[in-house]
Design a protein around this ligand. Structure first.
Ligand code: ZN
Length: 297
């Protein structure tokens, strides 16, 4: 859906309801006044976001699939996604069954073909600028695509709640294994990889269904939520717990809460500011402002 006023892709508000879509082309078209009002409200909200960012000293960004769909990474978990047709392979099955490991690796590489060439977009670059200029200590993410690191944020400043899909680890010794080395062997032999160091099982470094959340990362994320003065949700529908408790923790300790997401979330009522727009559009001024790549160039 393209904004009728400026041609931008971000006016999600008028794309929400099928009835509204019909109305645009039908007899009861939304009045141009209403479209303009929705556009103006979004622009006002974006301006307010940047005023709040300017006033904040310690910003924690919390990102979900929505920020990466603008880089062409599919939202694998969303309802209706073709990737949800197959039942997820539980962690226990992966450990116990060779067949399950083969199927997990087959799916892994099929998924990779859809996003391995994805590049950070303006939203990633904007959040990286906040880290670079010292206003944000770290980014907490539900994403596994590694695009925050690719946008220039040091790995230790990205808290990955669901792990990282750009490499694999040994479940026994923790040794890191590169996908580029695993894939040709898997495709030639059909055998799931084992660790070269200890012969343990090698798995994509993501958190699978039934696998414990990473305790250290969860504790870091909670500490960040407790110490920030602005908690900025970007592209997350905030339905996956316990990660979705982080905005509540931040809000309760007195931080301002901003939710930037194309769709409504259950936490919208407690947010200080809700913006229904593409993250790239809303965050763009950060990417080109002080601390952003424009200045570095
Ligand atoms: Zn090992």
């Amino acid at each position: 859906m393209v904004c009728l006023l400026c041609g931008g892709a971000g006016l999600a508000s008028i794309a929400l309801e099928p009835s509204q879509r019909l109305a645009i082309s039908g007899e009861a078209a939304i009045s141009s006044d209403r479209v303009k009002r929705m556009h103006d409200e979004t622009e006002d909200a974006i301006a307010e976001l940047h005023a709040m960012l300017d006033r904040a000293d310690r910003i924690v960004s919390f990102t979900g699939a929505g920020i990466s769909t603008e880089s062409g990474v599919p939202d694998f978990r969303s309802p209706g996604s073709p990737w949800m047709v197959n039942k997820p392979i539980p962690f226990e099955a992966f450990v116990q069954s060779r067949e399950a490991r083969i199927e997990a690796w087959r799916r892994k590489f099929a998924m990779d073909d859809h996003y391995r060439d994805a590049q950070p977009n303006i939203g990633h670059i904007a959040l990286a600028a906040l880290v670079a200029d010292g206003r944000s200590p770290a980014i907490v993410t539900q994403n596994i695509d590694g695009l925050h690191q690719a946008s220039g944020v040091a790995g230790e400043k990205v808290v990955e709640l669901h792990g990282n899909g750009t490499y694999a680890t040994c479940l026994d010794c923790g040794w890191r294994h590169e996908l580029a080395a695993i894939r040709p062997v898997f495709e030639a032999t059909g055998e799931p990889p084992v660790c070269l160091m200890c012969a343990g099982l090698v798995k994509s470094a993501t958190i699978s269904f039934g696998q414990a959340m990473p305790q250290e990362q969860m504790m870091r994320a909670q500490a960040l939520a407790l110490e920030c003065d602005l908690f900025l949700v970007v592209g997350s529908s905030l339905v996956v717990f316990p990660a979705a408790t982080l905005p509540v923790i931040a809000k309760r300790q007195g931080a301002r809460l901003v939710i930037l997401n194309r769709e409504p979330t259950e936490l919208d009522p407690i947010a200080d500011l809700v913006i229904r727009a593409d993250s790239g559009r809303a965050l763009a001024p950060l990417a080109s402002g002080p601390g952003g790549p424009a200045r570095q160039g």
